[in-house]
Design a protein around this ligand. Structure first.
Ligand code: MG
Ligand code: ZN
Length: 225
């Protein structure tokens, strides 16, 4: 026998500045301006979100390699303080703008607007935006991009989707990465896919091993590129 009680947070009950409705609205307004600006300049912006270590940077490196012959690609790379990921991506010969958030656990539309002010739109067809590694608040902070990718890896265990449903609701493409480790991790990938489709029936799910390149062509196709 066991007892379990649940204490639930009601809306507005958490002392967290991120839940302030007016801040979220201010972010949405700037996101709309970003979207408008990107559309005006013919830039397709794609968010890449997911936990630290899920493979966002490796996915972006693989996408850059597959897209750079056909498109001019720029990457915004969100991270707290380091330039590790942007240095890796820059080695593929594309323009990278590092966005350091300091203590901030996600990118917001205002930071992206600031980064947009630093680029020459004439030289950009596709903008990939790597968010800070986090499966929670990026869901509440649209950036103004056209498409959203969420990357999860089988090493995060079997409950990544059911525990973070809000991240998947607006995703266009969900990448299940590190497929080579699925068996060792004992993760039922079919079940993960079903979990995605329960919260978002329209999402395209692609299984990958971003290190080896498995599935990356399929991600490109799923993005319509
Ligand atoms: Mg990264
Ligand atoms: Zn955050």
């Amino acid at each position: 026998m066991y007892t379990r009680r649940t204490v639930k947070a009601e809306l507005g009950e958490i002392y967290d500045v991120e839940l302030e409705a007016d801040l979220l609205q201010a972010n949405r307004n700037i996101a709309e301006e970003n979207e408008e600006l990107l559309r005006k300049h013919g830039v397709t912006a794609i968010d890449v979100m997911g936990s630290t270590g899920s493979g966002k940077t490796t996915l972006i490196e693989g996408l850059v390699e597959r897209l750079k012959e056909r498109y001019r690609v720029t990457v915004f790379d969100g991270d707290l303080t380091t330039t590790i990921d942007s240095d890796l991506i820059a080695m593929h010969g594309v323009e990278v703008v590092q966005i350091n958030t300091g203590r901030g656990c996600h990118l917001d539309a205002n930071l992206v607007r600031k980064a947009l002010q630093s680029i020459d739109f004439k030289g950009v067809d596709i903008l990939l935006i790597e968010n800070v590694g986090n499966l929670i608040c990026p869901a509440d902070f649209p950036l103004g991009s056209e498409k959203r990718i969420v990357v999860i890896s089988v090493t995060e265990g079997p409950y990544t989707v059911v525990k973070h449903p809000f991240m998947f609701i607006d995703a266009d493409v969900v990448v299940i990465n590190k497929m080579d480790l699925a068996e060792a991790m004992g993760v039922d990938v079919q079940k993960l896919e079903e979990d995605v489709h329960t919260v978002n029936p329209g999402a395209r799910v692609v299984r990958t091993n971003c290190r080896s390149g498995l599935g990356l062509e399929e991600v490109v196709k799923a993005l319509g590129l």
